[in-house]
Design a protein around this ligand. Structure first.
Ligand SMILES: *[C@@H]1O[C@H](CO)[C@@H](O)[C@H](O)[C@H]1NC(C)=O
Ligand SMILES: *[C@@H]1O[C@H](CO)[C@@H](O)[C@H](O)[C@H]1NC(C)=O
Ligand SMILES: *[C@@H]1O[C@H](CO)[C@@H](O)[C@H](O)[C@H]1NC(C)=O
Length: 647
């Protein structure tokens, strides 16, 4: 047995637990008198908590996918299912949105999340990455790494990468130390890297370096682990770090086979499935992915009979608000962007409600672990609201749009990427002149477009190019004019597969065989809602309701800002779903909060989840940036039922 040293009860824990004592659910009284230890008994193939063998069922819930006001309730719902552990990633890009800028407030208040977990009698497994995949933009790595070091080799022994990780851990980890189990907190385990066995680099030096960088902070106060798919252990296993597996529903003999594979790399120690999938992720332009409850139960039972510990990924999925959704690399040239919802067909819905799957799992879990004496929280009320009428105000390409919403205008010989221009998300407008070639039509081709381009000639829409659909050229009639405008949309950096997913126009733009040069680039990050609000206020003052142009003519001349207001009574403040069924593709804001991308033309997600925390009694504002189409009456509705299956 590799016996880890333990640490006596610390003052931190007393401080933490005295507030816990007031809550309904306290940690066991033992904790106040005995040493707190969490360690591995390799000989007996088990975790040992405070001297006793310990097996658990946990569930993943990422704090960055739910409104902070709702964390406690969701954690309680998880505990009420019999889970003893909540598992979360830490998202570097959320906490360090710009180089040297840190945020641990609001939805980024991870310390609060961990305290609430402890209060709700849950232990915590921390997955700090720093690469987390998680269907998040760039797998959670900040975009600015690609700005600062264009040649960086992410997740390898690269000096620049390691220096930045070390700097980040020196900010994050001291905040986590008081929460490690042996220091009195709920964190029992800390992950080293994330599914590294699936990464092309397989860099042995980096694996040891990231292990030691983590160990510097955890020391013996939490157990280090890795997790990988059963076929990925060769590069995934790190010496002296507990290897665990990731796999979904499977038959008994397959599970036996998985454990056998694990045993080739981890001869002894507790068995663990760190990601048992009760649902699955979905991309745009495909069916909403589901996992049948009936298929889930036997494998979980089998793993528990095998004395394995199991973490369900996701138990509560949540939402990729704003521009946070990532994309998957589906093999060479295949780019699949993730939908905004991370409902995941998980046991708890996007709004945190329980489902038939939740209760089936709870019943099974209760046969192995005692259910706590707490009520399962009731599902939240949802509201259907009257339709809201939105009016078009401006297009990005016109003078008002540019003046209010752009963050820079730069010129260069060749097109530059989002990262070179230091822009994270949103859109970049690329403009140049079309040369006079004696052909009609002429093929316009973008080499390495990431990810989607709206093409205009003389500010009139001529078509869309798409990385997702592998369409990179379109014919243009030379009759149309000579000013070329290309709006490029970043649909989310790849989170799994290739690294360094730069955005924008990566190669060049051809007009037949002529390479177009001398570009003007204008950035529309749409990060600061105040700018959108100012634009709308200015135009309302200027024109009132005296606009004659049709919605169609707005959309023909560029991505259009629509705005409307609606009044809510106190009784109407409840979770709801924005339903943009007759709209095309874009992003929606309510009271300045970016709900995320919508794209009902392709699905499967139709509605966007609207948490009640962003609604107000009185006047509420809704703004949509629409790229493609809108109903001529400008109406959008709010429904009480999500629709994620409109494919
Ligand atoms: C394994 O468990 C047995 C029985 O519970 C115990 O006697 C023994 O000390 C344990 N082995 C180690 C190495 O702790
Ligand atoms: C690009 O701009 C440079 C400098 O203004 C000019 O000399 C050159 O002719 C331009 N090239 C094209 C293709 O317009
Ligand atoms: C709207 O049009 C009416 C009639 O032409 C005019 O009297 C009014 O001043 C206009 N309002 C604004 C804000 O331009």
């Amino acid at each position: 047995m590799r016996k880890l040293s333990s640490v006596l009860l610390t003052l931190t824990y007393i401080a933490l637990s005295s507030s816990l004592a007031e809550s309904q659910h306290t940690l066991s009284v033992d904790n106040f008198v005995s040493e707190r230890t969490f360690e591995i008994d390799y000989e007996n193939n088990t975790f040992v908590r405070d001297g006793k063998p310990f097996q658990f069922v946990g569930g993943s819930f990422h704090y960055f996918r739910a409104m902070p006001q709702t964390w406690q309730r969701k954690l309680r719902t998880m505990r009420a299912a019999g889970l003893q552990v909540v598992t979360t990633y830490v998202e570097w890009s959320l906490h360090a949105p710009k180089d040297g800028v840190y945020d641990f407030t609001g939805i980024a208040d991870i310390e609060e999340f961990i305290k609430l977990a402890a209060q709700e009698d849950l232990l915590v497994i921390l997955r700090p990455g720093p690469y987390i995949c998680a269907e998040r933009d760039n797998g959670g790595l900040p975009y600015w790494l690609l700005h600062k070091y264009p040649n960086i080799l992410l997740r390898t022994d690269d000096e620049d990468y390691k220096r930045e990780v070390a700097k980040w851990y020196s900010v994050l980890m001291p905040k986590m130390q008081k929460f490690f189990y042996a220091n009195g907190g709920p964190i029992i385990m800390v992950q080293v890297e994330n599914e590294y066995g699936s990464f092309y680099a397989c860099d042995e030096n980096y694996k040891l370096w990231i292990r030691d960088e983590t160990l510097k902070y955890t020391q013996s106060h939490a157990v280090l682990f890795t997790n990988d798919g059963p076929g990925m252990l060769r590069c995934g296993k790190i010496p002296n770090v507990l290897a665990t597996l990731d796999f979904g529903a499977a038959d008994d003999s397959s599970i036996d086979q998985y454990w056998k594979t694990l045993r080739k790399f981890e001869k002894k120690g507790p068995l663990m499935n760190s990601e048992y999938y009760p649902g699955w992720l979905s991309h745009w332009q495909e069916q909403f992915q589901k996992v049948d409850t009936k298929l889930l139960l036997r494998p979980l039972e089998k793993m528990l009979e095998d004395k394995a510990s199991v973490n369900l990924y996701m138990f509560y999925g949540g939402t990729n608000f704003g521009f946070t959704a990532g994309a998957n690399d589906g093999g060479p040239g295949n780019y699949n962007s993730d939908i905004t919802s991370y409902d995941y067909d998980a046991p708890m819905t996007e709004s945190g409600d329980t489902t038939e799957k939740y209760f089936a799992l709870r019943e099974l879990i209760s046969k192995y672990f005692p259910l706590p004496d707490i009520e399962v929280p009731e599902n939240l009320r949802k509201v259907k609201l009257p339709d809201v009428h939105l009016k078009p105000y401006s297009v990005l390409l016109d003078l008002n749009g540019r003046r209010h919403l752009s963050s820079f205008t730069v010129t260069s010989l060749n097109p530059m990427t989002f990262e070179a221009l230091n822009q994270n998300s949103g859109f970049i407008l690329y403009e140049t002149k079309l040369p006079n070639v004696k052909r009609d039509p002429v093929l316009l081709k973008i080499n390495e477009l990431r990810d989607r381009a709206y093409i205009y000639v003389n500010r009139q829409f001529v078509g869309v190019l798409s990385r997702e659909n592998k369409i990179d050229s379109l014919p243009i009639s030379s009759m149309l004019g000579e000013d070329l405008q290309i709006i490029v949309e970043n649909e989310g950096r790849i989170n799994y597969g290739i690294a360094n997913d730069f955005k924008g126009i990566i190669g060049n733009v051809q007009y037949n065989s002529v390479i177009l040069l001398n570009w003007t680039m204008t950035g529309f990050p749409l990060e600061n809602y105040r700018q959108i609000d100012d634009l709308v206020s200015v135009l309302r003052r200027k024109y009132g309701s005296n606009r004659t142009a049709s919605i169609k003519s707005y959309l023909r001349s560029g991505p259009t800002i629509f705005h409307g207001e609606f009044i809510l009574k106190e009784s109407e403040i409840a979770d709801t779903y924005l339903d943009p069924t007759l709209w095309g593709k874009g992003i929606a804001f309510i009271n300045g909060f970016n709900l995320g991308r919508y794209w009902p033309i392709v699905g499967p997600q139709i509605t966007l989840y609207v948490p009640k925390e962003i609604l107000r009694i009185g006047t509420n504002k809704i703004t949509m940036l629409e790229l493609e189409r809108a109903p001529e009456n400008g109406l959008v509705s709010f429904t009480d039922t999500p629709n994620l299956e409109g494919y």
